[in-house]
Design a protein around this ligand. Structure first.
Ligand SMILES: C[S@@+](CC[C@H](N)C(=O)[O-])C[C@H]1O[C@@H](n2cnc3c(N)ncnc32)[C@H](O)[C@@H]1O
Length: 224
C-alpha cells in the first residue's frame, strides 16, 4: 500500500518510517510512505500556505491552492488515490475502518494545522474525513501516523507474526491477558494453566479470559 502524506512537518514521519513494524513493512516493500512538504506548493516567496479567516476570529486557515496543487501532483501518477483529511469532525477510526482501508492500494492523507483547511478543500478534494477520537490535537500528523499504523497492521505480511491479528477488537473482543518469565514476581504468579503445555485447554482459557476482560472493561462491545 502506498501512503502519500501532505504535511508542514514531513520530518515527524521518521518516527514511524525508521523504527518498528512500519519500517519493516517498508523494507519488505509492502508499504511506501511519501511525504509532501505543503510549503513547496506555496504561491508566494515567503512559502506561506495559510491566511487569516474571512469573518475574523483567532487562528489561521490553510489555503485552497497549495493543497489542491499538491493533491493534483500526487494524482498525476496515482489517479485513484483516496484523499483522507484527518479531522476531529470526521468519522471515528475503528478496527473495522482500518481493515476496510487496508484493502485500498493508495491513500493520500492531508494533515491540517492551525484552524484547519479552507472548507472548499473538504467539499471538492477530500473523499473522507477521519478522526482518531473526540478531542482536538494540534495537527493532523500524529493522527495520520496512528491511521498508517492501524491500517498497515491489517496488511498481510506487515506483522512478523500473523497471530497478532488476534489483538483486541479483531474478533469483537478485547485481548486475553499475557504473561512472561519469571513464573513468580513479588508473590504474583502466572496462572497454572499457561504452564500446563495443554494447548487446547490454554486456548479455551484464553477465550474465556477475553470474554471476561471485555465484560469488565468494555460493556459496549459485549452488547454489540
Ligand atoms: C487545532 S486542529 C483544528 C481543529 C478545528 N478547528 C476543529 O475544531 O474542528 C488542527 C488540525 O489537527 C488535526 N486534528 C485535530 N484533532 C484531530 C482528531 N481528533 N483526529 C484527527 N485529526 C485531528 C486536523 O488535521 C486539524 O486540521
Amino acid at each position: 500500500m502506498r501512503f502519500d502524506v501532505i504535511t508542514l512537518f514531513p520530518e515527524m514521519f521518521s518516527a514511524i518510517k525508521d523504527e518498528g513494524v512500519i519500517a519493516r513493512g517498508i523494507k519488505k516493500s509492502l508499504l511506501l510512505i511519501n511525504t509532501w512538504q505543503l510549503r513547496d506548493f506555496s504561491h508566494n516567496k515567503h512559502r506561506n500556505i495559510d491566511d487569516a479567516p474571512y469573518g475574523g476570529g483567532a487562528g489561521m486557515v490553510m489555503q485552497v491552492k497549495p493543497i489542491r496543487d499538491c493533491i493534483g501532483k500526487i494524482k498525476q501518477d496515482n489517479p485513484k488515490t483516496k484523499v483522507i483529511y484527518l479531522s476531529p469532525q470526521g468519522e471515528r477510526l475503528t478496527h473495522d475502518l482500518a481493515k476496510e482501508l487496508s484493502s485500498l492500494d493508495s491513500i493520500t492523507l492531508l494533515c491540517g494545522r492551525y484552524e484547519g483547511v479552507d472548507e472548499r478543500i473538504i467539499e471538492h478534494d477530500v473523499d473522507r474525513e477521519i478522526s482518531i477520537g473526540d478531542y482536538v490535537i494540534s495537527g493532523g500528523e500524529l493522527a495520520a501516523m496512528v491511521l498508517i499504523d492501524a491500517v498497515s497492521r491489517q496488511i498481510p505480511g506487515v506483522l512478523g507474526n500473523q497471530d497478532s491479528l488476534d489483538d483486541s477488537f479483531a474478533n469483537g473482543l478485547l485481548d486475553y491477558p499475557h504473561y512472561t518469565r519469571p513464573e513468580e514476581v513479588d508473590g504474583q504468579v502466572v496462572p497454572k494453566i499457561l504452564l500446563s503445555g495443554h494447548q487446547a485447554n490454554i486456548e479455551a482459557w484464553r477465550q474465556a479470559q477475553a470474554i471476561q476482560n471485555t465484560q469488565k472493561k468494555r460493556k459496549d462491545l459485549v452488547k454489540k
